[in-house]
Design a binder for this molecule. Structure first.
Ligand SMILES: Cc1cc2nc3c(=O)[nH]c(=O)nc-3n(C[C@H](O)[C@H](O)[C@H](O)COP(=O)(O)OP(=O)(O)OC[C@H]3O[C@@H](n4cnc5c(N)ncnc54)[C@H](O)[C@@H]3O)c2cc1C
Length: 423
């Protein structure tokens, strides 16, 4: 089956579906190929408040209100339980929405793709794109179900990065080569009320965990470690997850009665970026453009944000072919800037001083509220947020050299009085 389209989209994850909805609504002929049958298991369940505006625009907010789990903020604690810091989005500076959602991705991704079909996009599924060929007037996709001829291709194929791989554009960040193992569980111990909705990050010596409540019953649990440590341990992913949980006191106690309800999944090939995000007939969005370690739950947010911008860019390029390249270059600049901002946070997370400072009680000058704003997805910080962020990085720099706040000796098993702060 062959088709003609204005835009061919590779991948039906959040980026692909969001772009398909917006382009189809703008009257563009869209064909989207997704290689998997939905629903399917996918990791990446904790969303950010700043995505709520786009959910409204996509017309899916009602579905999220009915089916998703609310999220009030996050918590960072040390694996030994000696220091804990909670942050609530309602306390963040310059954030238009004060809460977010935790979603089961199998449901969320299918819901978005169904909306893309309802908006008028042609969905081919399961249908893998095998090759993309470019010429002066357009692009030809070879797929499992025939060829697609389109004016432009938008690559939303996630970590497969179909176009980036074809042009050899993918570059890894050496200092962020991590490995993660994860599964869904029941009966993980939760706090009462809004604290039971928080995304919890538990920081150990050489690894960190996430605990994301998916609904009243299920919790997504995962651990991230250096890929070299995983290989050196010579354990299966399942055994590595069990062992990591067993050696972190907080995880051990929260999971004392837990039961695993999915198989254990593992992902290596961590943070990377493509050296170019656009070309004459192509644009990259979401993880297909770049993937930053998911500590701060920025993946779906950046996927949706870039999809929205990509849809606007391609719509413009279809209207004004001669100016399209300029607009695509500006899209790439903006997306690179957003990824740089989160890359800096992520790189800081893996330093000891980040945890020292972040879990210290009562930092002054509303610095946490500014950090919280960016972690909530505020990608256009005003001056008040901006200077506080610079100060935060300065404090980290000084903390590395002279202890401004007490240093955490990350001795996971050590008994010590626990301290919990709230930002
Ligand atoms: C361990 C881990 C934890 C994470 N936790 C979070 C989190 O808590 N919060 C968060 O926001 N993000 C998280 N992320 C990141 C998040 O999962 C991704 O950033 C997000 O899914 C990106 O969306 P996307 O649409 O760009 O790509 P994807 O969601 O990966 O979608 C890409 C789609 O393309 C399809 N595809 C691939 N190749 C082809 C092909 N050749 N032809 C057709 N279809 C193809 C795939 O089947 C897939 O459905 C996490 C990631 C990891 C690895």
């Amino acid at each position: 089956m062959d088709s003609q389209a204005d835009v061919a989209i590779i991948g039906g994850g959040p980026a692909g579906s969001a772009a398909a909805i917006l382009l189809a609504r703008a009257g563009r002929r869209v064909v989207l190929c997704e290689k998997e049958s939905f629903p399917r298991f996918k990791i990446g369940e904790s969303l950010l408040p700043h995505s709520l505006a786009l959910f409204d625009k996509l017309g899916v907010r009602g579905e999220l209100e009915r089916h998703a789990f609310p999220k009030a903020g996050g918590e960072i604690s040390t694996a030994c339980g000696r220091r804990t810091q909670r942050f609530y989005f309602e306390g963040a500076m310059q954030l238009s929405h004060r809460s977010a959602y935790q979603v089961e991705r199998a449901w969320f991704d299918k819901m978005l793709l169904d909306h893309a079909a309802a908006a008028g996009a042609e969905i081919r599924q399961p249908c893998a794109v095998r090759d993309v060929a470019f010429d002066k007037t357009g692009v030809t996709l070879k797929t499992d179900s025939g060829e697609i001829r389109a004016a432009y291709v938008l690559d939303c194929s996630g970590r497969n990065a179909v176009v980036g791989s074809q042009f050899d554009l993918k570059r890894r960040y050496d200092h962020l080569q991590k490995f993660s193992v994860f599964a869904h569980y029941e009966n993980v111990q939760r706090d009462e009320g809004r604290d039971g909705t928080l995304t919890r990050l538990v920081r150990g010596n050489k690894s960190w965990f996430w605990l994301i409540p998916l609904d009243g019953r299920r919790t997504s649990i995962g651990v991230v470690m250096d890929i070299a440590d995983f290989h050196a341990a010579k354990l299966s992913p399942e055994a590595a997850l069990d062992e990591a949980i067993a050696t972190a006191p907080i995880m051990r106690s929260r999971m004392a009665a837990a039961r695993r309800i999915t198989e254990v999944h593992a992902i290596g090939d961590y943070s990377y970026r493509n050296t170019r995000l656009h070309g004459p007939r192509w644009l990259l969005a979401g993880d297909a453009a770049g993937f930053i370690d998911p500590i701060f739950s920025t993946g779906v947010f950046l996927a949706l944000h870039s999809a929205e911008q990509a849809a606007e860019t391609l719509n413009f390029a279809l209207r004004h072919p001669l100016l399209g390249r300029i607009r695509m270059a500006s899209y790439a600049r903006d997306l690179n800037r957003q990824m740089n901002r989160y890359l800096r946070f992520v790189s800081a997370w893996y330093t000891d001083e980040f945890v020292d400072v972040f879990t210290a009680s009562n930092p002054p000058l509303q610095i946490p509220q500014a950090v919280n704003s960016v972690l909530g997805g505020n990608i256009h910080p005003n001056f008040g947020v901006w200077w506080r962020l610079q100060l935060f990085y300065l404090v980290l720099w000084v903390q590395k050299r002279h202890a401004l706040v007490p240093r955490l000796e990350q001795t996971d098993g050590e008994a010590a009085p626990a301290a919990t702060g709230t930002l």
